[in-house]
Design a protein around this ligand. Structure first.
Ligand code: HEC
Length: 105
């Protein structure tokens, strides 16, 4: 019985880790495909569009829980250069996982 419980706990952790990884990869893919021609989406580079905040610094400017909701409702920043996006709940979650993973200076 004890072994079974331990196995279940191990499995639970393994699937949680895998799902977070999924989110991270999906988030990276979304950011690269949809946002990278304006925002810096990696750890070091500058934004191609100088006034688009690098994603690693975004957390200082926007609340991520709020951003996750805004992505699903259709994200519009107050700038004409910024197109409108509508994300599914899963995509929005993945992008936020990615944003949290790359935060830095
Ligand atoms: C065509 C260029 C372009 C693309 C593509 C783009 N953005 Fe932006 N984004 C901008 C610009 C420019 C700003 C700055 C707007 C301002 O400060 O007025 C901005 C601002 C933002 C902000 C507000 C940040 C802040 O500093 O207040 C968020 C959040 C954001 N973008 C997320 C995204 C996401 C997520 C994607 C991809 C799904 C994306 N953007 C794609 C140009 C773009």
């Amino acid at each position: 019985m004890r072994i079974l419980v331990q196995a279940c706990i191990a499995l639970l952790f393994a699937t949680t880790a895998a799902r977070t990884e999924d989110g991270l990869e999906k988030g990276r893919e979304l950011a690269t495909r949809m946002c990278a021609h304006c925002h810096a989406v990696g750890k070091w580079e500058r934004s191609p569009l100088t006034n688009a905040t690098p994603f690693r610094q975004m957390e200082a400017r926007v609340d991520y829980d709020d951003l996750q909701r805004r992505l699903q409702d259709g994200l519009v920043a107050g700038h004409p250069a910024m197109p409108m996006f509508v994300f599914t709940a899963e995509e929005a979650r993945a992008l936020i996982v990615y944003l949290r993973a790359i935060r830095g200076p």
